[in-house]
Design a binder for this molecule. Structure first.
Ligand code: G3I
Length: 374
């Protein structure tokens, strides 16, 4: 039987309507979540504190699982927590962290195997290269083996560079020498050949430090160690670094054949003492009214500035999405942020996408709007 004209008209109207509906549905889903809006571009992650890992507040858990598809432990996998005493490992909270990621089908990042800060006190007392090599091998082997096939990527070495690009005088450098970095990467890769291995640092947008990181990656490659990516932390301000500096960072690292992640993104809206940048935790300054201008709420004009800054940055990220594996915010909402206590204790900063009441800010809309047209 031949279809009549009116049947054909009805049929095509139904098809058009249903595809239109699908479009509306997928757009409205994307509109309601960062992870859906950026699906296929890069992972959108967040850093979890212990209360979030233990799911103390269901509203927070819902927000995390709805918005993000990758997690990083803000503190609980640092050596002072995982191996507080020699050979006494404590995986209680890190097991819960990994279970959280598995339950919500997330990309699970590990932070961090080798770092001079939040270091187990006994590790900081190591005096010779043999003992340091033994400690590095044992710590990395034990932790990577424990989560083999469960943790998707690791920050193997964190913040090994000074601002001028030279190696930081840490206990690792002082005892083992510069090859502690190669040792760490090779040990991790030997245990889990599939897990992605990252070098992670802040202020890599600054030319000298970036050059130091480029040399660090080249040196690993020359020594035959596997490195999959570099994490530029992204503890940034409204004006600095410039978009050009951020772009140069993406291009310089991807030219080495490694992935780039923005691993700890937040944007401080507060005045910075002496133009301080980055995350050198030992730098502290006194609080006063001038330095804490928005103790109650962030004025609308500043919300707009923050939104514009995030919009500019994400436009750039999208331009280079083929080189970027993950963008992780350093916290879920503003009240969690470490910036409320750094570099001045007791201020109120507004660096993230969700406010104190877990509500999306203009900054959130500015990022979503790049992917979902109204
Ligand atoms: O756990 C104690 C608690 O018992 C005590 O009551 C409280 C009093 O201040 O302090 C708590 O410890 C704090 C810890 O965070 C857990 O909240 C430490 O004082 C505080 O120094 C520590 O700060 C962490 C910081 O790393 C330490 O270097 C921040 O939460 C964490 O966000 C920050 O994360 C680092 C990354 O790992 C590496 N890149 C830079 C980034 C920002 O500094």
């Amino acid at each position: 039987m031949k279809p009549t004209k009116s049947f054909l008209f009805l049929f095509s109207a139904v098809i058009t309507l249903s595809s239109c509906n699908n479009k509306i549905n997928s757009q409205s889903t994307a509109k309601n979540s960062l992870k859906n809006a950026y699906k296929g571009d890069f992972y959108i992650g967040t850093a979890l504190d212990i209360n979030q890992i233990e799911e103390k507040d269901p509203k927070v858990t819902n927000l995390i699982s709805k918005q993000f598809n990758s997690i990083t432990p803000e503190n609980i996998m640092k050596s002072m927590f995982l191996q507080p005493e020699e050979n006494k490992f404590d995986f209680d909270v890190s097991d819960k962290y990994v279970a959280f990621g598995q339950k919500h089908k997330m990309f699970i990042h590990g932070h961090t195997l080798v770092w001079h800060s939040q270091l187990a006190p006994w590790m900081s007392k190591i005096k010779d290269s043999t003992s340091m090599a033994k400690m590095l091998t044992n710590h990395i082997t034990t932790v990577v083996k424990k989560y083999k096939g469960k943790i998707d990527s690791w920050d193997v070495v964190n913040e090994a560079l000074n601002e001028d690009g030279t190696l930081r005088k840490s206990v690792f450098l002082n005892t083992y020498g510069k090859n502690f970095i190669t040792h760490a990467f090779k040990t991790a890769a030997a245990i889990d050949s599939k897990v992605e291995l990252y070098y992670n640092d802040y202020n890599l947008c600054n030319a000298k430090k970036r050059q130091g990181a480029v040399e660090l990656v080249k040196n690993l490659q020359k020594n035959g160690a596997k490195i999959d990516g570099v994490g530029e932390q992204g503890h940034w301000h409204l004006e600095t670094p410039t978009l050009e500096e951020i772009e140069k960072t993406i291009l310089d690292f991807s030219a080495l054949g490694v992935k780039v992640s923005f691993s700890e993104l937040d944007i401080s809206v507060l005045p910075s003492p002496y133009g301080l940048q980055g995350a050198e935790i030992s730098q502290r300054f006194a609080n006063n009214e001038k330095m804490n201008p928005y103790p109650k709420t962030l004025p609308d004009s500043m919300q707009v500035k923050l939104a514009q800054r995030y919009n500019d940055i994400f436009k750039l990220f999208l331009k280079h999405k083929d080189k970027i594996s993950r963008v992780t915010f350093w916290g879920v909402n503003d009240t969690q942020s470490w910036l409320n206590d750094f570099p001045i204790k007791g201020r109120t900063d507004y660096p993230l996408l969700f406010d104190a009441n877990l509500q999306p800010k203009k900054a959130y809309e500015s990022i979503i709007s790049l992917k979902v047209k109204k």
